[in-house]
Ligand binder design. Structure first.
Ligand SMILES: [Fe+2]
Ligand SMILES: [Fe+2]
Length: 236
């Protein structure tokens, strides 16, 4: 595991990236994002074993006591293994997630009660506005969901468009091709009856920045990248 690197991928949106070897033939990154605003949010909490390294990087941008919200996409170790370590380190932070995750898992797993969000509900961070989108089974997990930052058109994609390598923090090059190649190997996505419709709904947001948990973030025509992934899902 390398040290956690920090890069501002969009105005007041910071990416923390830790590359790990041994996952596949090339390094594989685990990324978290800090949305800086009056009430800052961390999206992706990372593995429990990486929490100290991530927290040290976050603290160089904002004191942990100022963190107001903790978010992630679905219940897996890389999304939320550090959940209770974050709740302990950030005493004013509240976990926010969709109603399904709260009901099924987080009311039990989290040391402080989470705040459930309805599909489409917006949290005003003061300078940034995050809209929660239920995305059941996309990329995987009944409880899955994502955030879209409305003021800067950034979609926090979670595992969508996952690709390998320790590439640049932000790219304008094609990411759909490498992501589809990796999906063909890992088969990480659930191919549910609603998969295409969910990806289409995300594409209709027309995001100009895609913030990915695994791989480089992307600046450009985010809708086209999501539609390319949808076309691949429809074909398998
Ligand atoms: Fe996942
Ligand atoms: Fe992931």
């Amino acid at each position: 595991m390398t040290e956690t690197k920090t890069f501002e991928i969009a105005d007041n949106i910071y990416r923390f990236s830790t590359a790990v070897s041994g996952v596949g033939p090339e390094p594989f990154t685990f990324n978290q994002f800090l949305i800086m605003a009056d009430a800052p949010m961390l999206f992706h909490l990372g593995h429990r074993g990486m929490q100290a390294s991530i927290a040290a990087a976050v603290e160089r941008i904002v004191p942990l006591a100022r963190l107001r919200y903790l978010g992630f996409g679905h219940v897996e170790a890389d999304e939320c293994g550090g959940l209770n370590a974050w709740l302990a380190a950030a005493p004013h932070a509240e976990v926010v997630h969709g109603q399904t995750a709260c009901m099924v898992s987080l009311n039990d797993l989290a040391d402080r009660a989470p705040r459930p969000l309805a599909d489409g509900e917006v949290i005003d961070l003061g300078g940034k506005r995050l809209r929660w989108m239920d995305t059941p089974h996309v990329p995987h997990g009944w409880e899955a969901g994502l955030f879209y930052e409305e003021t800067g058109a950034t979609l926090f994609c979670g595992d969508l468009l996952t690709h390998g390598g320790d590439g640049p923090p932000l790219t304008e090059s094609d990411i759909a091709g490498p992501a589809i190649a990796m999906e063909d190997v890992f088969h990480a996505m659930s191919m549910a009856p609603n998969t295409g419709a969910v990806l289409q709904r995300l594409a209709e947001l027309e995001p100009t920045t895609l913030a990915l948990m695994h791989g480089s973030s992307f600046r450009g025509d985010g809708a086209s990248a999501l539609r390319a992934l949808a076309a691949h899902c429809a074909a398998v």
